[in-house]
Unconditional design. Sequence first.
Length: 224
Amino acid sequence: MPRRVLHGVRLPENCAFRRTHCAFDCTTRTPRDNHFSGMMKPCEALLLIATALAASVPSVCAQPRGHWSAFKKADGLAENACVSVTIGAGGNVLVRHLKSNAVSALDGYEVTSIPAPGPNRHRVYESPGGQLWTVAAEGLQEFRDGEWVLHRVPEIADHFRAGSTSPIPLCPVRQGRVLLLLPDRLLEFDADEPDNPQTVLLRRADQTSLGWFRTMSPARDDGL
């Protein structure tokens, strides 16, 4: 997948800010015509060399320092305070708030609000097609037709019943399919058939040399 590079950091094309215009100006140094007659003094020769070198420099982009955009409640956020910020695979930035019962979604231009998935404060994740998912005490919740629908996942319920407070990272890979990471295993949840969802074991932690699983993120080669 093609990516843009900004100061050595690769940004995916579907990043929420991929359509944001570059915040710096480009200027081209244009050489001046220098006409000399007679013998040149050493300082004049040095000036001529410096001018020639400057003329050979390609176009330069100078980025202003400290260029940041701040989004607050006045800009459309449901609340100033937030507990998590997640960049979705569909291009939105999803913000969970401390007290608000809404999730703020920033698409790079404006902020919209959607209902929060109940009292939990887990991160909200987005699939490449814009489907929203989050973790619940009994499984996974999917945002569908304006409301959150619960999919029961026994492995997630057992995780929380055991007293664990560690978050469960998600990675929605496409419509109706989500990867979820427990400390001891990597699972795939398949809701292609809503009436008969399936959970498949992909890899156990003891099958690797990593120890307990803690987090996951998509790789550049479309792996994990």
